[in-house]
Design a protein around this ligand. Structure first.
Ligand code: FES
Length: 103
């Protein structure tokens, strides 16, 4: 496990999201939520590996743009069909201007 810099705080204005490639195997959607916290989840839907980066976010529920599966960005938990598996979620911390994700 290692903390990887995913972005800088100054890259986010208000609530926002960014696609971050943290390694060859780990690509995440990094969210700044209206609660002021950052959340990082695997960017690929567990149903058919479609990118979730542009999915609608309502509260903590991220909806896949293709078939509408929902995931909790705090835990990666799958909340509705057609996804039957969670997506990975990753710890996030902020140090100075750096947003770090543990992978
Ligand atoms: S690809 Fe995401 S719900 Fe089907």
């Amino acid at each position: 496990m290692a903390w990887i810099q995913a972005a800088e705080v100054s890259e986010f204005s208000g609530t926002d999201r960014k696609f971050c490639e943290l390694s060859d195997d780990v690509q995440v959607a990094l969210f700044k939520h209206e609660d002021g916290s950052y959340y990082a989840v695997e960017v690929w839907c567990s149903h058919q590996k479609v990118s979730l980066i542009n999915g609608d976010l309502e509260d903590y529920e991220l909806m896949c743009p293709l078939h509408g599966a929902c995931f909790d960005i705090r835990s990666g938990k799958n909340l509705c069909l057609p996804a039957v598996k969670p997506i990975e979620s990753y710890p996030v911390k902020v140090e100075d201007d750096k947003i770090l994700v543990e992978i």
